[in-house]
Design a protein around this ligand. Structure first.
Ligand code: CP
Length: 316
């Protein structure tokens, strides 16, 4: 594996899931793979799980990691080629990234979308500029449109939890939120589940909350949440802002919050969320605190997803 930006960088998804589960069973089996290597982790935006799980994964492989909170501590970066830098940006990625390429062996980047300019966000300019100018492998720690380490974790968790022979019914449901959030997690989950092909995949959301078809193609899309939840084995809860009229909140209808009452329509579904979660806005306490919730197991699996990806990168 050269870079890790999406499911398109994975040559054998089932094998990658198995590698992650092998690391879960035996975390230190490749403890010298990353010896004398260092991962730089650049955060233009906040993180808890991604940052810590990736650092633990690197450590398990014998690799050092250094975190740099660019958004907080670094010079404001410019990403546009040929920009006249007379505004607020101080350093061009063209100058910064090659230096990072000399300091580190692998570069992880977290860079959220602006939610103001759809074309720019969906071009993934920021992370692509780091690939172009750093000259070393780049791992997405969540980019403008996708969150691949989260999605790999999600598939690992479903593989771990689900023991039936038939395909599980997996429902991605929109949930209310107080802020306009990126589409990244929902886009990415849709992309990975569709590529995986191991589920009957349904997406449900209010009118005008359609995600980009490039990620949802292959899923059944239903606007009636009750109908979508019928017989579900997994319910993945996530808010996202509008895609077509980009980055807006059209509705915040609390009736879209997943509750225990709604779980009764499912096949005693396991409930997933990438976290952080707004309790009693996106998901009720009664669900998060019940045995239906697998969110802690899911978040703990972030380590094994990151370790599987870093091992592939280190093996080249
Ligand atoms: N799910 C996730 O990416 O969590 P963090 O934002 O805390 O890294």
């Amino acid at each position: 594996m050269k870079n890790f930006l999406s499911v398109g960088d994975v040559s054998n998804l089932d094998q990658l899931i198995e590698t992650a589960l092998d690391y879960k069973a035996s975390p230190f089996k490749d403890r010298t793979l990353g010896k004398d290597k260092t991962m730089g982790m650049l955060f233009l935006n906040p993180s808890m799980r991604t940052r810590l799980s990736t650092q633990i994964a690197a450590k398990n492989l014998g690799m050092d990691s250094i975190v740099f909170n660019v958004g907080q501590d670094g010079w404001a970066l410019e990403f546009e080629d040929e920009a006249i830098m007379s505004g607020t940006t101080v350093e061009h990625v063209k100058d910064a990234a090659p230096i990072l390429g000399k300091y580190f062996d692998v570069l992880g980047i977290r860079t959220f979308p602006s939610l103001k300019n759809k074309e720019e966000d969906y071009s993934e300019l920021y992370i692509k500029q780091f690939i172009k100018y750093s000259g070393i492998p780049v791992v997405s720690l969540e980019s403008a449109t996708l969150h691949p380490l989260q999605s790999l974790t999600d598939l690992i968790t479903m593989r771990e939890v689900y023991k039936e022979k038939r395909k599980p019914k997996v429902v991605l449901t929109w949930a209310p939120h107080v802020k306009a959030l990126p589409q990244c997690v929902a886009n990415s989950f849709s992309q990975w589940v569709n590529y995986w092909g191991g589920a009957d995949f349904v997406i449900t959301h209010p009118e005008d909350y359609d995600l980009s078809k490039q990620f949802t193609k292959g899923a059944t899309i239903i606007s009636d949440q009750d109908e979508a939840l019928d017989g579900a084995d997994f319910v993945y809860v996530k808010n996202w802002s509008t895609f077509d009229d980009y980055g807006k909140i059209y509705v915040n209808d609390p009736r879209w919050m997943l509750t225990q009452e709604k779980i009764k329509k499912t096949n005693n579904a396991k409930v997933m969320h990438c976290l952080p979660v707004r309790r009693n806005v996106e998901l009720s306490d009664e669900i998060l605190d019940s045995s239906n919730s697998v969110v802690t197991q899911q978040a703990s699996n972030r380590v094994w997803a990151a370790q599987a990806v870093l091992s592939e990168i280190l093996k080249g």
